[in-house]
Design a protein around this ligand. Structure first.
Ligand code: HEM
Length: 169
């Protein structure tokens, strides 16, 4: 078992990986999405629209995937803010989420109120700017077949993240 260290010490070596976690992950295929948001180039109204209208619905969607993801076959999800080496927050965030299949991911995105709120808010803002939209959102999706992957669960409390989701799924 890897000892839990709080707060994390970024300069220390990564501890040995947990074979328990690797064994669990190797049993299943995964559909992984990283939703990225870069608002570092936004100014004025576009910055306010992102921070006051887009960001709250995105946070709510990621909170659903984190707290109730099992309802839509999402094993784990977490809303993350990028930080620099100095530990200060940047104007970029990530929403990684680990779904059972692509159909589960698409089902959540196309029908669930939390992503529909994200989608509709975005479409209520972005089209009027066309090519001048300063927000840079992106989605990156990977399909990992069972047996072609392993994961490391280092410095995390037991039952958190993907290991917790797979254990309860
Ligand atoms: C600010 C954040 C987000 C914005 C602006 C956004 C916006 C959009 C838009 C506009 C589409 C439709 C694209 C098209 O039909 O061409 C879309 C689709 C999609 N989004 Fe998001 N989204 C965000 C966050 C997320 C998150 C956090 C996830 C998953 C964790 C996600 C998963 C998806 C998926 C899977 C689709 C494709 C659905 C399909 O099959 O058509 N999105 N999103």
């Amino acid at each position: 078992m890897v000892p839990l260290r709080m707060p994390p010490d970024w300069n220390s070596p990564i501890p040995a990986w947990s074979s328990t976690f690797a064994d669990a992950v190797e049993q299943v295929s995964l559909c992984i999405i990283r939703s990225g948001q870069d608002w570092s180039s936004t100014e004025g109204l576009q910055r306010r629209e992102y921070l006051e209208r887009m960001e709250p619905v995105l946070e709510a969607g990621m909170a659903f995937l984190r707290d109730r993801g099992q309802e839509v076959n999402c094993h784990a999800g977490r809303y993350m803010r990028e930080i620099g080496r100095d530990g200060a927050g940047t104007d970029r965030s990530l929403g990684p989420a680990y779904f059972r299949t692509m159909a589960d991911l698409e089902g959540w995105a196309e029908t669930h109120p939390t992503h529909l709120a994200i989608f509709k808010t975005f479409l209520g803002i972005a089209p009027k700017y066309g090519a001048n939209l300063q927000l840079r959102p992106w989605h990156e999706v990977s399909l990992l077949p069972a047996g072609n992957q392993f994961g490391e669960h280092a410095n995390c409390a037991a039952g958190t993240g993907l290991l917790g989701g797979l254990a309860s799924g």
